[in-house]
Design a protein around this ligand. Structure first.
Ligand SMILES: [Zn+2]
Length: 476
């Protein structure tokens, strides 16, 4: 099998993936600041890095995956003041909310979900070490990192330290030696959460927590550090500066960043704040649709969320699950198959595509080639072996994408219901028509029953008579 190639934001090219310790992968991904429900944009990283982890595991690596919660931050403090609640009440509430959303996604948990406030002692000793090594300095109960002391500053973002300095004509914080220096520790005002430290009562800055938690859980050097593109500067640049100044070793071997989700669609923009919450999306639509939409675009390209795209994803999922249902209904007994030969070519392209920087759009194209091949084979006669191979293909690809494991009958009903809603037809209306038709058929009034069927078809609803009774679906 060919190598796994992964795009590294540090070298700005695809590199052959080779972990520091053979057989194991240490991966740290920056998680959410917990003060509100998360947006679908936050979920893009979650969904992509899950696939990256799954692919690494498929390749045989054991993966130690850390996804943190930022549970102390100005935004959380602001919210706690507005709502007259403790900071810890706000953060634990939204960690719980996040975990509820996460469960809906049906993806495996990270190996660790550390919270910043559980690592305050490690943060204090990490900062003390940076001060001792003269990479950081204390001013009026603040501790700042001195960017000029770290000669490689800017290596991830490609920014030049002199340009950065000249871009800052006005010094906002008088305590800083240099405007681009960033805070490691800051004093807490009365009534704000704080911890005793050698520099007075205070709390950590944002950047330091990730360096510390990555170090405490995974060690001095990690294989993959991930997050959204917006974190490259300054957050990840600062993490590199802190970690490498402390250890003298290269912090992360591969820096992996996912692109954003855009909401250019007019109609979608109007409902901003509503649909863009992952919770709302998953309850109004379906978590399977969210995963499908996000993974149908390469993780380094931006996604333009639109109603049209949602609808296309629903239609694609209906096609997939309809074929899955047919395959499941065809086989008798267990489906334990170890060798996929009928879809071998497609499976090979799928593997090559995952190996090529997790190229999920090509994977999806192959999925539809497999569907086409399956449907063509089944046009004339049902073939149990092809059905078994088809299910084996989907079980393998689905386990990497964390997709296609729903019960076809249930999800097809739900997906059709969404399309029905968009047509402004109620389920009740259809059920009444089906009952009327059943009655006409029993009375052998076929003229009437055909009329009902044709009228529904005119509205875009297809009826199919099965052994379980009459089933409806939206015409695609
Ligand atoms: Zn981080």
């Amino acid at each position: 099998m060919d190598h796994f190639n992964l795009y590294n934001s540090l070298s700005k090219k695809k590199e052959i993936f080779e972990p520091i310790t053979p057989g194991t992968v240490k991966m740290y991904v920056c998680g959410p600041t917990v003060y509100d429900l998360l947006h679908v944009g936050n979920f893009r990283g979650l969904i992509f890095f899950n696939v990256l982890r799954n692919w690494l595991k498929h390749l045989g690596y054991s993966v130690n995956y850390v996804y943190n919660y930022t549970d102390i931050d100005d935004k959380i403090i602001k919210k706690s003041k507005e709502e007259d609640k403790l900071v810890s009440e706000i953060s634990s509430k939204f960690i719980q909310e996040f975990e509820n959303d996460f469960k809906l996604l049906k993806i495996s948990k990270a190996s660790h979900n550390p919270k910043c406030t559980d690592y305050i002692n490690d943060i204090i000793s990490f900062i003390s070490d940076l001060i001792e090594k003269k990479f950081a300095y204390v001013r009026n109960n603040n501790v700042f990192f001195s960017c000029k002391k770290f000669s490689a500053y800017g290596k991830l973002s490609g920014k030049n330290i002199e340009d950065l300095i000249s871009g800052h004509r006005i010094t906002i914080n008088q305590d800083k030696e240099n405007p681009i220096d960033f805070v490691l520790w800051k004093p807490s005002d009365h009534g704000e959460p704080g911890w005793e430290s050698p520099w007075g009562r205070g709390r950590p800055g944002w950047h330091i927590e990730c360096s510390v938690m990555a170090n405490a859980i995974l060690g001095d050097q990690i294989d993959i550090h991930g997050g959204g593109m917006d974190l490259i500067f300054p957050h990840h640049e600062n993490e590199i500066a802190q970690s490498e100044s402390k250890t003298g070793k290269k912090f992360a071997k591969y820096w992996v960043h996912n692109n954003f989700i855009k909401f250019d669609d007019q109609k979608m923009s109007k409902s901003l704040g509503n649909i863009i919450k992952a919770r709302t999306f998953m309850t109004d639509y379906n978590p399977e649709i969210l995963k499908y939409m996000i993974l149908s675009v390469h993780y380094r390209s931006s996604i333009n969320f639109s109603f049209k795209q949602i609808q296309q994803s629903i239609i694609s999922l209906i096609k997939i699950y309809t074929a899955l249902e047919q395959a499941q209904n065809t086989i008798k007994g267990e489906c334990n198959i170890s060798n996929i030969s009928y879809f071998k070519e497609e499976l090979e392209i799928v593997q090559t595509s995952f190996n090529n920087d997790i190229n999920t759009p090509i994977v999806f194209a192959q999925i539809f080639n497999v569907i086409r091949k399956f449907n063509n084979a089944f046009k004339n006669e049902k073939n149990e072996n092809i059905a078994k191979e088809f299910l084996a293909f989907f079980s393998l690809v689905g386990s990497i994408l964390s997709l296609f494991s729903e019960k076809p009958k249930k999800i097809l009903f739900e997906l059709n219901l969404i399309l029905l809603k968009e047509k402004n037809i109620s389920l009740k209306q259809i059920e009444i028509e089906i009952k009327k038709r059943d009655k006409s058929r029993k009375e052998k009034n076929y003229k009437e029953s055909d009329l009902i069927r044709d009228e529904l078809l005119g509205k875009g609803i297809e009826l199919k008579d099965t052994i379980d009774g009459t089933q409806w679906s939206v015409k695609l």
